[in-house]
Design a protein around this ligand. Structure first.
Ligand code: ATP
Length: 337
């Protein structure tokens, strides 16, 4: 809420216009969040300005006012109708000044940014430098943000990976092959570990747990695997330099008896129509973000904890590290025996 000084009295004025943008990697469900923000704002007599191409569009004034009709028929669409972009210029004070010029020109009183930790880092700087109320909505397939059990897009990506692994298993079993499947996740292993459990994989190689040697031994060690000659190992893209290809090389040298194949799922993991879970989550988050502004919140992220929508300080969401659940890691070890 901006403050103005009138005759020495501080008067608060209501937020009249919200800007909304999507930034960083696209994630299924971002459209459902844009729809929810737009409709919840308009329902509260707040105008909505859609900002295209993330922070790049904010700097370049790629802005269009949205009506409720502009978000019709998008809840089921993957990607983001607002487009997304990565911008190094926004990381500089000069870039953020350009963004602020647009905010002033467009008379935007508050921003709702949908994205991951990079998006929130930029938002926090902009909020600090120009005293703008900003609310973060977690939208990333990586689910790596502290303070929320799930991020928009994560459930859909998880289901996509599970479906792909199910199909690979059919051919893996028929040909007695060991498939190494590379999964996205930036620095986090949530997608990899959970997809491994859901698809009944033999192992997951993730950055958060054990050394590579230990994980490989668990995955393909002679004693443990002697009754299996096919299998699926999920490898988080940055678990080791070179990802699944590098793991395959190590296995081929140490265990030439395995017929190893590498599948890199790549951008397949980002696409597709959002799951019911992601659509509902995005709808709740979008409405909650608007409500947060009405409640005079600023520099917070909306999150989900134990089924409830909550507010978390942006600073904490960015700085704190979310942990892999021990019981999941243990479950994978036991269930892959
Ligand atoms: P995902 O988790 O899907 O990759 P993300 O939001 O983390 O999403 P990034 O590419 O890291 O994606 O960040 C999106 C944008 O946020 C960047 O292109 C940049 O404009 C801005 N941003 C990222 N880090 C910073 C930073 N340290 N300072 C200012 N702006 C930043």
């Amino acid at each position: 809420m901006h403050q103005i000084l009138l005759n020495n009295n501080i008067m608060e004025y209501k937020i009249k216009t919200i800007g909304v943008l999507t930034s960083g990697g696209d994630a299924p469900g971002m459209n459902a969040a844009v729809r929810a923000v737009t409709r919840a704002a308009i329902a509260n007599n707040i105008r909505v300005k859609a900002i295209f191409r993330g922070y790049k569009g904010l700097m370049d004034d790629e802005v269009q006012e949205f009506t409720t009709q502009d978000v019709s028929g998008i809840i089921q669409r993957g990607g983001t109708i607002l487009k997304s972009a990565r911008s190094d210029e926004f990381k500089t004070p000069e870039g953020r000044k350009r963004a602020y010029n647009t905010i002033q020109k467009e008379q935007i009183d508050a921003l709702i940014v949908i994205g991951g930790d990079g998006t929130f880092t930029g938002a926090r700087l902009l909020a600090q430098e120009y005293n703008i109320p900003i609310i973060g909505v977690p939208g990333t397939i990586d689910n790596d943000l502290w303070g929320t059990d799930s991020t928009i897009g994560y459930d859909t990506a998880l289901n996509t990976i599970m479906d792909c692994v199910d199909k690979l298993r059919d051919t893996g079993t028929s040909h007695e092959r060991l498939f190494l499947v590379e999964v996205m996740g930036r620095d986090a292993g949530f997608l990899t570990l959970n997809a491994a459990i859901a698809a009944g994989a033999e192992a997951a190689i993730i950055p958060e747990r054990a050394t590579l040697e230990e994980q490989l031994e668990a995955a393909i060690g002679q004693g443990r695997r002697k009754h299996k000659n096919s299998g699926i190992v999920l490898v988080q893209e940055h678990a080791i330099p070179g990802g699944a290809q590098a793991v395959a090389k190590i296995i081929e040298e140490a265990h030439p008896e395995y017929d190893t194949r590498v599948t890199i799922l790549g951008h397949l993991q980002r696409g597709g129509s959002p799951s019911a879970f992601d659509r509902i989550l995005a709808s709740r988050f979008g409405c909650a973000a608007v409500q947060a502004l009405l409640d005079e919140q600023r520099s917070i992220m909306v999150g989900l904890q134990n089924g409830e929508v909550i507010y978390v300080p942006l600073t904490k969401a960015i700085k704190e590290k979310k942990d892999i659940k021990d019981d999941k890691w243990q479950a994978l070890q036991v269930l892959s025996l």
